[in-house]
Design a protein around this ligand. Sequence first.
Ligand code: G3H
Ligand code: 13P
Ligand code: ZN
Length: 338
Amino acid sequence: MIVTTKDLFKQAYGKYAIGAYNINNLEQIVGLFRGNLGKSKKNADPSDDAKSAPFIIQISRGARSYTDKAFLEGMIRTADAVFPEAIFAVHLDHGTEEACYDCIDSGFYSSVMIDASHEEFGKNIEITKRVVDRAHAKGIVVESELGQLGGVEEDIVGSVKLTDPAQAAEFIEKTGVDSLAVAIGTSHGAFKFSGKQGLHFDVLEKIQKAIPKDFPLVMHGSSSVPHEWVARVNAAGGNLKDASGVNEAQYLPAAKLGVTKINIDTDGRLVWCAVYRESFKNTPENFDLRPPGTEFMAAYAEYIIHKNTALGSAGRLESVRAGLKGAVSPCGCCGGGN
Ligand code: G3H
Ligand code: 13P
Ligand code: ZN
């Protein structure tokens, strides 16, 4: 069932974070749905309530143009039919104004992100407000970003602009946006920290105090870049030196301070890369695409279960379903939601 991110945030706020996972292809979609239903290996596995979680599927502009955006929509609709127990939102990740309008008008996406964080403050407000007006008219919710995430190394001058708490309050008031991505020390990709840096909880705390009560914050660049997966990639011929990510033990403390959506893309790519590299290395005689694909879907599902446990969303699916009954705001897809 496709719902809006807002529906999910209402229930999660302050308790746990919803995993927002980027997808690009069929195997990722199948692994993602299985994992979020607590299924480990096969489609035939029964769902496991203790592991099942609500989730957000994120589609970047790169993912939309990788093949044709219509394929992603078709595969997600099919996954919704194959896994009818799943509860999820469909979200445009890092949209331009044009991409946001395309998604809003498509009637498929339940939320969009307008990323004008590179613009100066006033212009970011102006652009975000335009998207909010157009999205809200169709019941679609909007995420925007304020501040700039770090580059490969957090201390590179000019690459980081932590979110200013006072500006965050003004931004939310002037735009009417539904959630805000904040820069609190993370960065995209597999090389987030050069030393012992981590999240700036002091800044996050100030932001939470400055903005309206229970307003959902979003943390991009939140992959944990697990040592185990990086080591497997490297052992199978990869070359990911000094990769590092967010400490998973920091997800729940961040959730308690209002971070309700946590974005994960890189970790999924690492799982993909390790499984395929190992498969090619260990079975050089194989030229069938299905054995590594099968292995990847199972490994990715397991990884999603692990990640949802760290986010605190594992085991929440049935309580979210109960909470949604009669209280679902219409999504862009069907105007309903129940
Ligand atoms: O934040 C960006 C996501 O990791 C998406 O990456 O644009 O390469 O699909 P992508
Ligand atoms: P990672 O690169 O840490 O997975 O972040 C993904 C992200 O923020 C997508 O918007
Ligand atoms: Zn991002």
